[in-house]
Design a protein around this ligand. Structure first.
Ligand SMILES: [Zn+2]
Length: 100
């Protein structure tokens, strides 16, 4: 299954364990929950094409899903490799950290 279809499955809230594993392998990411701050919902650290997504642990289910998809789309769109400035749309999310 392609990544776009797998991401839409995350959005729908219904994804199998195998599909989730496939998406994580395809885009090379892992997810960690941490208690960061009330204004930061999530951020991603990208190092040598390996990505670690941090999600605030106090979020509601919907906010957690939204944050997760937001970060996955950054990885899918290769925003970190492009060195794209993401600040303008990063109001509730923290600024992603991109490592060359
Ligand atoms: Zn973002």
């Amino acid at each position: 299954m392609n990544c776009k279809k797998l991401i839409s499955k995350v959005e729908s809230g219904i994804i199998t364990y195998n599909e989730w594993t496939e998406l994580r392998k395809e885009l090379n990411f892992n997810v960690v929950r941490i208690n960061v701050s009330p204004v930061v919902m999530g951020f991603t650290i990208c190092k040598k094409n390996s990505n670690l997504i941090f999600i605030e642990s106090d979020l509601s289910y919907e906010a957690e899903k939204e944050t997760l998809i937001h970060e996955i789309l950054h990885i899918y769109n290769k925003d970190f490799q492009k060195g794209k400035c993401l600040k303008s749309k990063e109001y509730l999310y923290s600024n992603p950290i991109s490592c060359k």
